[in-house]
Design a protein around this ligand. Structure first.
Ligand SMILES: CC(C)(COP(=O)([O-])OP(=O)([O-])OC[C@H]1O[C@@H](n2cnc3c(N)ncnc32)[C@H](O)[C@@H]1OP(=O)([O-])[O-])[C@@H](O)C(=O)NCCC(=O)NCCSC(=O)C[C@@](C)(O)CC(=O)[O-]
Length: 302
């Protein structure tokens, strides 16, 4: 067993967490959420995406949000850019990292970004090139690495194929995403194993949605392989607009609790993180999706 002694959590709540929210969420609330996350000790925050506002209206305020954030030293702010148009809009807002996002499933690629896997790589290549030339880090999100809402189970070979394409265009690190949360530990490990043919363990992150309640088990399974970068969403916010029924990411609070219980450092203050989750849950008018946050809040009241 190869357990790391520390992990880095990337909170994707402001982007993945809020992109599918039906009610309008003011930019000021998103900005406040980012501020609270960084105050809790998050060193990486996925803030927004530069996608078509017709496709994802909730992210139409990308510019306002990025401009409104008071940056904390040592924090990496990342944004999604599916094409050059998105990249050019994003670069004006000085992200530290851009994320190109592809899928191991053809059908999901079509539904999500309106092109095939091969076409997506053609679109990403100039984005990656431009970002690297400008000194901006590049991450590649790989959706549907264990299952697809349209194609069902996805074989690890298809994940390896996509990871190879990502590597080929210069992507520096990749997320192994279980977009619809259908994965179980061995399947997630197989997807990571396939990715390891192209990226080393330090450049692979786990991104697990919790639809079937498996995300923490999958996190632990990835941890056992030595993965130490994980994406999660404060209060378990989220869901993908192109993956019907998929719930949010694993809650950041739950991952932090797990890690601290294992004696693995996160650099995150769980109490402050619970406050950040309580803030956004209140703004959205619903309870937190984090079991740990709910338990700790109940304890505070009691
Ligand atoms: C990718 C496109 C834009 C292609 O969409 P398209 O229709 O193929 O693009 P197009 O180049 O033909 O342009 C059509 C229109 O979109 C505009 N356009 C074109 N590009 C942009 C842009 N960057 N920003 C703003 N506008 C843009 C363009 O200007 C034009 O405007 P019109 O002339 O009709 O007024 C579209 O499919 C899209 O925006 N999709 C949204 C994808 C998305 O945000 N999905 C959710 C995030 S992925 C995710 O959640 C999964 C992840 C990462 O979390 C991991 C996991 O769990 O799996």
């Amino acid at each position: 067993m190869n357990m790391p002694s520390k992990v880095r959590l990337i909170d994707v709540g402001p982007r993945d967490g809020l992109q599918n929210e039906k009610q309008p969420v003011p930019a000021t609330v998103k900005i406040e959420l980012v501020h609270r996350l960084q105050a809790a000790g998050l060193k990486e925050i996925e803030v927004t995406s530069y996608v078509s506002p017709k496709w994802v209206p909730q992210m139409a305020d990308n510019h306002e949000v990025m401009q409104g954030v008071t940056r904390a030293p040592g924090v990496r702010y990342s944004v999604l850019t599916p094409n050059l148009k998105g990249y050019e809009a994003a670069v004006a807002d000085r992200p530290d990292e851009i994320v190109v996002f592809g899928a191991a499933s053809e059908a999901f690629s079509q539904k999500n970004i309106n092109c095939s896997i091969a076409e997506s790589i053609e679109r990403f290549a100039p984005v990656v090139q431009a970002a690297l030339a400008a000194g901006i880090a590049v991450r590649g999100a790989m959706s549907c690495t264990v299952g697809c809402p349209y194609e069902g189970e996805i074989a690890p070979e298809r994940v390896g194929y996509l990871a190879g394409l990502m590597k080929g265009i210069g992507v520096q690190r990749v997320d192994v995403a279980d977009t619809i949360g259908v994965g179980t530990p061995k399947k997630v490990q197989a997807a990571i194993e396939a990715t390891l043919a192209h990226f080393d363990i330090d450049h692979i992150s786990g991104h697990f949605h919790d639809t079937y309640g498996q995300a923490l088990s999958n996190t632990y399974a990835a941890l056992q392989m030595g993965v130490w970068n994980f994406q999660s969403s404060v209060a378990g916010l989220g869901g993908c607009p192109y993956a019907k029924g998929a719930t949010g990411n694993v809650a950041t609070e739950d991952v932090v609790y797990l890690m601290h219980g294992l004696g693995i450092a996160t650099g995150i203050d769980l109490d402050k993180l619970v406050d950040a989750g309580a803030y956004i849950s209140e703004q959205l008018g619903r309870p937190s999706g984090s079991r740990v946050a709910r338990a700790l809040m109940a304890k505070r009241v009691g």
